[in-house]
Design a protein around this ligand. Structure first.
Ligand code: KG4
Ligand code: ZN
Length: 345
């Protein structure tokens, strides 16, 4: 069965055709990220206007490049929620119109469930239930126990920021641009994860919820203190107090050494991944799962993958349990193939 997937929940316009929920025939993505960079985050109006221009040409390209005609498309799947409302509407209206015009069944898919099904893409092995899944991205941070297809139990979630959002904010403070995850993790490779002591929130044994706003503030205060120490001019000191984040981003670019930035990134990344991995592994042990999965944009983070695997290796209950994450980095971040896979299953 061939499913045409459409995903427009944030800045990207994504179209894919997936066979039987696993074989990716084509996976196209057009991002408007460059147009948002000067604002330090996504501007919904700009995103939606770009998506209107991109969506039809992308669908045409997908059909042309796979050599498929509409007769070979069995169903259409589209992200329904959550996301930027104006962006979601572009995808939903396009999918609804095509479904009516071409007489195809339409499936509306939850974006977070889409991320979860990214682990089925190009997967040769049979996936065993139950699974403990950590879905971490810029907009969501949830731990789910998956009993069977379309049967999820929420085990924990963030009480404030998502992990990816924290990566993005720290990047902004350091003047590293958007999105923050890839650049922070790259810099962290050269840094010392023990250089700064950042807090691990909600550290109690049986608490499976997450919180990253305290960590974000701790990074901000640390940055403020080292930036202040480095500044000699009184005027600049006052501007730090007055404009906080914005001024910090400007000042830290000039005053922080490359090594200090790398150490801040490494220590921040270690704190985020420590909380995520500890809770994921504890939950996986408690519910005696057969598999552990990572999904969402932050699952592209190599340090997170590594630390989860290390913790599982030293756990009696989990040492023989497989850890899966999406087969390609392109399936970790937002894409339409995962939406088509979720629709199939
Ligand atoms: O899944 P996604 O594309 O969009 C949402 O549904 O939110 O995730 C984007 C998020 C951003 O916050 C980005 O900074 C983060 O994923 N991200 C990473 C990495 N690559 C992307 N975070 C940490 N390490 C990475 N390598
Ligand atoms: Zn997403």
């Amino acid at each position: 069965m061939n499913i045409l997937g459409i995903e427009t929940s944030c800045d990207e316009t994504a179209v894919a055709i997936v066979q039987d929920g696993k074989t990716v025939l084509i996976n196209l993505i057009a991002s408007s990220i460059a147009k948002h960079q000067k604002y330090g985050g996504i501007v919904p109006e700009i995103a939606a206007r770009d998506q209107i221009k991109q969506i039809i040409p992308l669908i045409r390209t997908a059909l042309q490049e796979t050599g498929l005609n509409w007769g070979k498309i069995d169903k259409i799947a589209v992200t329904e929620k959550p996301g930027l409302i104006s962006s979601l509407l572009v995808g939903i209206n396009t999918a609804q119109t095509l479904a009516w015009l071409k007489q195809k069944p339409l499936l509306k898919i939850d974006h977070v469930k889409g991320h979860i099904y990214a682990n089925w893409l190009e997967q040769q092995n049979k996936i065993q239930f139950p699974i403990m899944i950590l879905t971490v991205s810029g907009g969501h941070n949830e731990m789910m126990l998956m009993h069977a297809h379309d049967n999820f139990e929420l085990i924990g979630e963030t009480l404030d920021d998502a992990a990816g959002e924290a990566f993005d904010k720290v990047a902004k403070m350091l003047g590293l641009g958007y999105p923050g995850g890839p650049v922070v993790s790259k810099l962290a490779e050269k840094g010392n994860p023990q250089a700064f002591k950042f807090p691990r929130s909600l550290n109690q044994n049986d608490n499976f919820n997450f919180s990253f706003s305290g960590l974000k503030t701790a990074v901000l205060y640390t940055l403020r203190d080292i930036t202040k120490q480095a500044l000699s001019s009184r005027q600049l000191k006052q501007s730090v107090q007055k404009y906080e984040q914005h001024a910090l981003a400007c000042c830290s670019q000039q005053t922080l050494s490359k090594q200090t930035k790398a150490d801040l990134c490494a220590s921040f990344q270690a704190a985020v991944c420590d909380s995520l991995s500890k809770k994921l592994v504890k939950a996986a042990e408690k519910y005696a799962v057969k598999e552990v999965h990572l999904a969402g944009g932050v699952s592209a983070n190599f340090y997170l993958r590594q630390i989860v695997q290390e913790r599982m290796n030293v756990s009696e209950a989990l040492k023989n349990v497989p850890l899966r994450y999406p087969k390609k980095i392109a399936y970790c971040t937002d894409n339409a193939a995962m939406i088509a896979a979720a629709a199939f299953f």
